[in-house]
Design a binder for this molecule. Sequence first.
Ligand SMILES: [Ca+2]
Ligand SMILES: [Ca+2]
Length: 226
Amino acid sequence: MLRNLSIITFSFLMIGQIANAQVTWYDDESTWLTETINPSLIDFDNLSLAEVISMQFSGVTFSSTNTGQPHVDDADPGAVVPKSSPNNMRVRDPNLGGGDWKATLSSPRSAVGFWVWDLECVGFPESKAILKTQNGGTIEKNICEIHSASAGQDWRFIGVTSNDTIVSIEVIPDGVNGTSGDFMVFDNFSTATSIQSIPAISTWGLSIMIMLIIASGTLVFRGKTT
Ligand SMILES: [Ca+2]
Ligand SMILES: [Ca+2]
């Protein structure tokens, strides 16, 4: 009976952990790097100019939503200088020159980071990222809450870590499919394993240990009464 109770408690502990995915957002790459291990960088620099960005990279598939059409672009004299040369990832939308994109992860990773050029939170304050985790559902974040003071033509880092495996991240500039909106360019997309996800494994171990102690206590108790 006691052992059954411990198994049930353990199961609830598992469900409780994965049903409450905790995420942390970062505006600074160096801080994000200290909270992650084994980062893997996609810099788009080995692709051809104007190439559609899709399935070229192991573990990550880029796709278009709302006609974002992520594709390769290079330096734009007087405006965009890639974060890493020669290429960046550009999106387009027939209505405004911007658009949104989605990165779907096929490898189990719990951290994502990327750089965005020309995020404007003055005038276009509602740009957002939509994060989906394996067991924790969908988490929406206004990226202007990460870079509230940003305005215009500079590179800004946006990172996130989770205690749950990340399935996908979608970025939607304010005004997509409207008559005007915030045009952006992206570069240096990274995935990693979040340190935040590692304590969960320790907690699982602790739960298993508690279950074993209770189970062994039950056996001792039974031994004394038979
Ligand atoms: Ca690049
Ligand atoms: Ca812009």
